[in-house]
Design a protein around this ligand. Structure first.
Ligand code: NAD
Length: 345
């Protein structure tokens, strides 16, 4: 593993995307997202993604300087055309629209179409919660990466959900997970580290259980988390973000990260400060539970990410050699030469 500071990675990622032709503003939104994902402990959605995003820019699937816009709207809804810029730019724009409308009307729903991979969903739900807005974000796909419960062929995407909820004393609550047993990006991380994935997560192309991450990239598929319940949530994600929003009505829709955002002003039913104070009490009550055997303490959702960010700001971010080698190659493909750093451990 090679250890970098967040600033080193930020400067490197910025140089690569600028060299690939991205303007400063979308580059800043994207790179901030990637580094925040690494800091939060979700390496699956951090700088690991640079090579694939560079390939997508080169093939024209990511149009880095396109601007998202609103196609149609009502006071409580908006349909956003992501314009095929970085998905992080499109989803952030959609979230900002949802926050503004929820602040004005109490509730808002936003769909984002023609949208590339949006990265770590917790970024958007946290942005809303930080503005006093409770939010749910989901991305639904009918890809081949996840088998529905009981099946041995992929028919669903990893279809993540994230929820953000404002607190007062505590950090805002942030719930954020794929509906597959592990996120697809975590399989990429395991492959880069030459490690197995946990049992019960992955099937090979013939539907046999495996822990070898390479099978995922050779026609294999993930299983839903929680059996039929995770599978059901995954279907809900498709219904909200693809069917309701109409993401497939667009001729060039293939591969789009259809996104659905629900935003509710925390002051809708009663004083926002009462809601936030009561969220604190819920958190206190959960954290007050004595830890079970094998656990040091009970954490609330969002806490591991906050702690990881604190730790990694001090200790740096560890990057697998294979990941760094791919980033060096991606940089070279846009005319930049990066140092081939050596392992610290
Ligand atoms: N853009 C996409 O299409 C896409 C698809 C899939 C996943 N993702 C992203 O991948 C990331 C990782 O997803 P994942 O399924 O691997 O998440 P995960 O299994 O790591 O679960 C993360 C969630 O569980 C909470 N959590 C973790 N440990 C906890 C503990 N001990 N106690 C209490 N809560 C705890 C975290 O705070 C967070 O809310 C997410 O950010 C997700 O948005 C994105």
């Amino acid at each position: 593993m090679i250890v970098f500071s967040a600033d080193e990675l930020r400067d490197t990622a910025t140089a690569i995307f600028r060299a690939a032709g991205a303007d400063p503003e979308p580059t800043d939104i994207l790179v901030t997202h990637l580094i925040d994902a690494n800091l939060a402990g979700h390496d699956s959605h951090g700088i690991l993604r640079i090579p694939s995003y560079i390939r997508l820019i080169k093939s024209g699937k990511i149009q880095p300087n396109a601007r998202p816009s609103i196609i149609r709207e009502t006071p409580v809804s908006a349909l956003v055309d992501g314009g095929w810029t970085f998905g992080q730019v499109s989803a952030r724009y959609g979230t900002e629209v949802a926050i503004e409308k929820a602040k004005a009307q109490g509730v808002a729903v936003v769909g984002v179409v023609r949208c590339n991979h949006i990265g770590r969903l917790g970024t958007y739900s946290t942005l809303a919660a930080n503005h006093g807005v409770a939010a749910m974000v989901t991305v639904g796909g009918l890809g081949k990466s996840v088998a529905p419960f009981g099946g041995k062929r992929g028919a669903l995407g990893t279809n993540p959900f994230s929820f953000g909820f404002p607190a007062a004393r505590h950090a805002d609550l942030m719930i954020d997970f794929a509906t597959s047993a592990i996120a697809g990006g975590k399989v990429m991380v395991a492959r880069a580290k030459h490690e197995p994935v946990p049992p019960g997560c992955l099937l090979d192309r013939d539907g046999n259980p495996t822990t070898d991450p390479n099978h995922y990239f050779a026609g294999g598929m993930l299983l839903p988390f929680g059996g039929h319940k995770g599978s059901a949530l995954s279907v809900l994600s498709v219904l909200l973000s693809r069917v309701l929003v109409g993401a497939d009505d667009y001729a060039d829709a293939a591969g789009a990260s259809a996104t659905f955002i629900l935003a509710i002003d925390a002051g809708l039913f009663r004083d926002r400060s009462k809601v936030e104070a009561e969220t604190d009490r819920v958190i206190d009550q959960i954290k007050d539970v004595p830890p079970a055997d094998g656990f040091a303490e009970v954490l609330v959702p969002g806490e591991p990410e906050v702690r990881s960010a604190e730790r990694r700001r001090k200790e740096g971010i560890r990057v697998a050699e294979d990941t760094w080698a791919e980033i060096v190659d991606a940089a070279r493909s846009v005319g930049l030469t990066l140092e081939r750093r050596v392992s610290a451990s």
